[in-house]
Design a protein. Sequence first.
Length: 635
Amino acid sequence: MYSAQIKIAITVTLFLWQDRLAHSPFPLPQVVLGAGLLVAVLLTLVVHFAQTGRRLARQVEAVNRALAEARSVNEQRLEVLESPPLPYSRVPLPENEAARLDALRQYEILDTDPEEAFDDFTRLAAHICGSPIALVSLIDDSRQWFKSKVGLDATETSRDVAFCAHAILQPNDVFIVPDTLLDQRFATNPLVSSDPRIRFYAGAPLITPEKQALGTLCVIDSRPRQLNPKQVEALQALSRQVITQLELRRNLAERKRDLEALRQAADENLRLARAVNSASEGVVITDATQRDHPIIYTNPAFLRITGYQFDEVVGRNCRFLQGLDTDPQAIAQIRKAIAERNELKITLLNYRQDGQPFWNELKIAPVFSDEGNLLYFIGIQADITDRRAVERMKDEFISVVSHELRTPLTSIRGALGLLASGLLNTQPERGQRMLEIAVTNTDRLVRLVNDILDIERIESGKVTMTKETCDAANLMLQAADAMRAMAEKAGVTFSVSPVLAWLRVDPDKIIQTLTNLLSNAIKFSTEGSTVWLTAEHRGEQMLFQVKDQGRGIPADKLETIFGRFQQIDASDSRKKGGTGLGLAICRSIVQQHGGRIWAESTLGEGSTFCFTLPVLHKREAGSNFCLQPPISVGL
């Protein structure tokens, strides 16, 4: 370009000079002018050639420098190729590898489905850095796994070939490899020598709040290059946002687990609450963190046992259940257990809201927090008043039965022992008497055993009452007829006034009741006296009465005589031959039929035993009532 300009300038100058010479009248000035123009042209040429030389020198210098750089790169590549590659397995592990892997597992991110939030970060990283590939890479013990990827189909690679395995070794910096072919660690890496043919790598470590490097947010290119400072800064910022997203994800998962645990706990608490509310035992909970341990919860059974309403007990200490007869030692044991925060099982006398005492089988237990702080005391109580009464009755029963059985057995053994010894061989009358004693006591023993079995079967419900529609008059006459021989032997007169009434009863059990009462009346009547058996209507009930003229019963015994082995005089069982169970059996039979039994007496004048039974209506019985005339039975 410059040569053409110079030629044009010279041509124009010469043309002007010739034109001046041709038309000038004075040739000398024209010659001078032409010489000046020629000098100017020559100077212009000199300047042009000087500038051109300097420019060519600079171009040569640049070419030489480029050649030197190319020669240096080739030498470096040759050095890398000739040097043995660093085995991938020798990539050192972080010093905190165990803690790092544990932190990674806590995020529960490995092998999960792609998520848009993470894909946004990789797309943004690829755009900012101008790279075709961007990854969120996580390093576990044997692989690198890609939570998100742009420009790559693979989902994971071996940790041995992972660039990110190197990046996590310098967690505070972005790990950059401008040209993998110039880095001995990566020149022969399969990811460099084959797809995806990595030539450039930059990875910003993903650092948790606990300073653990989980992996990287990295960008990859297939040509050597560099990142400018703003791109490096942006990549680091995005890596921090990836960690923030991981934290949010973990927190959300923890919240879901917590909610599930709460739901399960709520379900369990609901089941427990239903069980506690339906429990037959009383449950009370007191707040051990407050002064005086006030009640904060009771179940319905507690309120039912104590007779209180919830608003009457909430906020109070449980000592309001104690009374004057509560054992002080039991109270002291409870206070000691609470003070020492121990469990305790104890039985003590408590009082209901109406002042009635009851025996309370109490179990108390402390409840602690996970940190060992005392929170509550739970008390479980059972009203065992009836059970204690039954146990007391059993103890008394065993004591009496053992005594009642031992007495006839001792007599039988003594009589049989004398007979077996041969001492009475020469005294036949006395031997006969011993045999009679043995037979009498054997009969008594059989009656005792039968009565015990009868009352146990009746009270336990093991005896089925075979109820039929019966005539009350017929039952009275059958009972009187059965006792006629005993009355004749005792010289006692019967006065029976049968009444026609239809009853729904077990006839055998009612006759047994009547004969038991008649037998007692005969036993305790003097010779020549009278025993009356009568009946009368009392509304919906039929009242039966057995009256004698015996010695009578003290007022304080009128109820207790219906208990087991209860007799007015302990010698009666020996003199009268009773077992002390007859009236108890009568009471059980009458109660099984929906009636009641009692005694009325005046000392020295006699006693009257009464019991009632439900009467059938006429339409149920299908017959009319009628009255029979009195019948006297006696000697």
